[in-house]
Ligand binder design. Structure first.
Ligand code: GLP
Length: 259
């Protein structure tokens, strides 16, 4: 695992966006795994700016999103599909038929999840998966008790997640759908590279648990420790509780000096 600590949230988001841009320049036909949440808004703003100002191209990309609320239509402003259109897809040259967000209105959610896995396979697998981190330690919507071997499936959201995600629902956790569709932990681990972004003091405890704590299905984020190409980018505030943060800085310093 590589840990990158940046001075503030904006620098951390820029670092992540620049990594994604480097991936697209290296491989224009990349398959990207994408994430939602407040943390990612600055990443998408930067990617849209790179498209506008520097001609970064997305036309060959195929994109797969981690998750969606069950029961929300794609045109519901609180859906993750609407979030993705609003924050990135509407601003770059990526045809919408090359973007995949689990369909929250599927009449057969299990079949939709199987089809989602099949589409990832047909695309040749995910090259780079972007990840946020939820308050429960989740990646995607893989709440506590999610098996490391899980695949894309319907899930029950934890009360803490409903509270954390209440913003787009008028701030009322009772209005947040209680069910979601999410890529499984195994699905995420099969991506060729993982790129996690965590910012803000409120995430300091959960980040320390995920990076330095024992592997546990009670915090699916801990599974990233198993991945052989995983980069975690944090700002100082989120990194504050990492016991070994001086060591992570040392590793980066030596790596950059020897490069
Ligand atoms: C949601 C998403 C997660 C994301 C998390 C973090 O729960 N399903 O994939 O990591 O939000 O959100 P935020 O960036 O708003 O803290």
């Amino acid at each position: 695992m590589e840990i990158v600590i940046q001075p503030d949230a904006e620098a951390a988001a820029h670092f992540v966006a620049d990594r994604i841009a480097a991936q697209l320049r290296r491989k224009p036909l990349s398959v990207l795994g994408l994430a939602t949440g407040r943390t990612m808004e600055a990443v998408y703003a930067r990617l849209a700016a790179l498209h506008r100002d520097e001609g970064l191209r997305f036309c060959g990309v195929r994109a797969f999103n981690l998750d969606e609320y069950l029961g929300l239509a794609p045109d519901d402003p609180a859906s993750y599909r609407a979030y993705m259109n609003r924050h990135i897809f509407d601003h770059v040259d990526l045809p919408l038929d090359q973007t995949h967000v689990p369909d929250g209105t599927a009449t057969d959610p299990a079949a939709e999840c199987r089809s989602f896995e099949e589409r990832i396979r047909e695309a040749g697998g995910i090259d780079l998966q972007l990840l946020g981190l939820g308050a429960t330690g989740h990646i995607g919507f893989n709440e506590p008790l999610s098996p490391f071997e899980s695949r894309t499936r319907p899930v029950i959201l934890a009360p803490e997640t409903l509270r954390q995600n209440a913003g787009p629902f008028g701030g009322d956790p009772a209005r947040v759908p209680r069910l979601g569709l999410t890529m499984g932990v195994r699905t995420i681990l099969e991506a060729r590279a993982l790129l996690m972004l965590v910012t803000g003091a409120a995430k300091a405890d959960v980040l320390a648990r995920v990076v330095e704590g024992p592997l546990t299905a009670m915090a699916s984020g801990t599974a990233i420790q198993l991945h052989k190409d995983c980069c975690v980018v944090a700002d100082e505030a989120a990194a504050a509780k990492l016991a070994e943060r001086d060591y992570y800085r040392w590793v980066r310093k030596v790596r950059s000096e020897d490069a």
